[in-house]
Ligand binder design. Structure first.
Ligand SMILES: O=P(O)(O)O[C@H]1O[C@H](CO)[C@@H](O)[C@H]1O
Ligand code: HPA
Length: 294
């Protein structure tokens, strides 16, 4: 599935212009809701929401737990746009379609991207229900050439060879830990490395052992392409993984993971994730002088 699909600057602009004509909100922060975490969008005040099917160029969500709506609104004094449902490579979308909304957000003036996901833990210290602040990622599809930036570079968005050595903003990671302490949830939070695999199958035992050996703390099937595209176009990124399951590394393990279980943990922890994200956004500094439009 080495996609040759290219999306022109005009197509991103068309979606951004359509959204600008439909809502008075001009978002500074974009939030992507992971599996079972769509309720984050419900916290926005003065909402305007749009079905993905109505937005020019947007793909459709096909996964249970991903509603397929873009919600604009106010949250603690910041204007936000929330993806209630993300796109995954395994749904059959090209990677540039999977990340289409990110560049549209850039054109809308978004400066900060908050990504959330459901992920499986590979380490003893991360338990079901814990929240991992993403410190770094391993983009397995990207390492072998499945990268949303493949193809002619659009210099209006960013450089041909973007650095990825500090894509998860350190200031926001520190802020998240401070907020976690104040909300008394620091005990279930720690930083770690997220790895994206292609999916849609969950990992075999041997794959889980390999990921563990490679220094992966949590594994999922999303996020890295979104973060690559956001970093390429100069956005500040913050990411959270909700640990929804332990990834079996022993042939003696009898538990096996399934998507319903993943969604259930999302529901159980939705309140905590919501409070964390809401408070981080309240305290986040926004550079109002930056003209982000490209
Ligand atoms: O990464 P999000 O969208 O949270 O979803 C995660 O949950 C699904 C598996 O249950 C996969 O899509 C995996 O990537
Ligand atoms: O264990 C997992 N593996 C891959 N993706 C996932 N998303 C939630 N849990 C998992």
């Amino acid at each position: 599935m080495h996609s040759k699909e290219q999306i022109s600057h005009d197509e991103y602009q068309k979606a951004a212009d359509w959204l600008t004509s439909q809502t008075r909100h001009r978002p500074q922060v974009a939030i992507i809701c992971g599996s079972g975490l769509g309720m984050l969008a419900d916290t926005l005040k003065s909402q305007n929401s749009f079905a993905y099917s109505d937005i020019p160029g947007f793909p459709q969500s096909t996964v249970q737990g991903h509603a397929g709506r873009l919600v604009f609104g106010e949250l603690n004094g910041k204007t936000c746009v929330c993806m209630q449902g993300r796109f995954h490579m395994y749904e059959g979308h090209s990677l540039c379609k999977t990340t289409f909304p990110i560049r549209v957000f850039k054109l809308l003036g978004v400066e900060t991207l908050i990504v959330t996901n459901a992920a499986g833990s590979l380490v003893d210290g991360l338990h079901i229900g814990d929240i991992m602040i993403i410190k770094d990622h391993i983009n397995f599809p990207g390492l072998v050439g499945f990268n949303p930036l493949t193809g002619p570079n659009d210099d209006k968005f960013g450089p041909r060879f973007p650095a990825m050595s500090s894509c998860y903003d350190k200031g926001l990671r520190c802020l998240a830990m401070e907020v976690a302490k104040e909300l008394d949830v620091a005990g279930i939070m720690q930083e770690g490395v997220y790895a994206m695999v292609g999916g849609p199958n969950f990992e075999s035992i041997a794959e889980a052992r390999l990921l563990h050996c490679l220094g992966v703390d949590a594994v999922g099937m999303s996020t890295a392409p979104e973060v690559v595209v956001a970093t390429h176009c100069g956005m500040r990124v913050f990411g959270l993984s909700l640990i929804t399951n332990k990834v079996g590394k022993s042939y003696e393990d009898s538990d096996s993971v399934n998507h319903e279980g993943v969604l259930e943990v999302g529901r159980l922890r939705s309140d905590t994730v919501q409070k964390l994200v809401t408070e981080i956004i309240r305290r986040m500094e926004i550079n109002n002088n930056t003209n982000n439009a490209v």
